[in-house]
Each structure stands twice: as C-alpha cells, then as structure tokens.
Design a protein. Structure first.
Length: 116
C-alpha cells in the first residue's frame, strides 16, 4: 500500500504562485513516474505534468512555461511549482505515482483556487 500526502494548495490571486508537494511512502518498488493531474468542476481529470526517475518531464500545453515539475528521489517527493496562475487553473490537483511493478497510486487531492 502506497500512501501519498499532498500539501500546498490554497487560494491565490491571478498572476500569483503556489507550490504543491507530494510525499510517497510504503512502496516496495522504486518509483518510476511521479506526476500531477487536475480536475475542474464538471470536467474530466487531465494531465498537468509528469517526471520520470531520470528527470524526463512532460507537460500539458496549457501549463508549459508556467509550471515546473521536479522531484527528490531520496525523499520520494514530487513538487509542482505553479507561476502566473490563471482562473482556469482552478481545480483539485491530484498527485500520482507509478512504481516499477506497474501499479498506479493517487493522492487525496488538494484544492487550488485562482480568484481575485
């Protein structure tokens, strides 16, 4: 059983910044892929960004140039630095990890609200 603990969500004004963190524990296997998805009200969950253990990154077009994903392999922690936030970035953000056994685990989600 893998546990994911997310933190860093909140309310921010347009143009502001937030940093999300997600710490994973309990995995018997090394974690290959770590990432973030988001789900806005009435919409499907969508990819935000992923990062592999080798630091290969993938971003949704809508966040390229504004968001940066990073990870600390020693701490099994993934971060999402979000800059120049827009109201359309408002959503529940979910952390996800994929250990080498192929399983997929999700965090409980953290709310990000961008509003003046």
């Amino acid at each position: 059983q893998v546990q994911l603990v997310e933190s860093g969500g909140g309310l921010v004004q347009p143009g502001g910044s937030l940093r999300l963190s997600c710490a994973a524990s309990g995995s018997r296997f090394a974690i290959n892929v770590m990432g973030w998805y988001r789900q806005a009200p009435g919409k499907q969950r969508e990819l935000v960004a992923t990062i592999t253990s080798g630091s290969s990154r993938n971003y949704a077009d809508s966040v390229k140039g504004r968001f940066t994903i990073s990870r600390d392999n020693a701490k099994n922690t993934v971060y999402l630095q979000m800059n120049s936030l827009k109201p359309e970035d408002t959503a529940v953000y979910y952390c996800t990890v994929r250990p080498l056994d192929g399983s997929v685990w999700w965090g409980q989600g953290t709310q990000v609200t961008v509003s003046s």
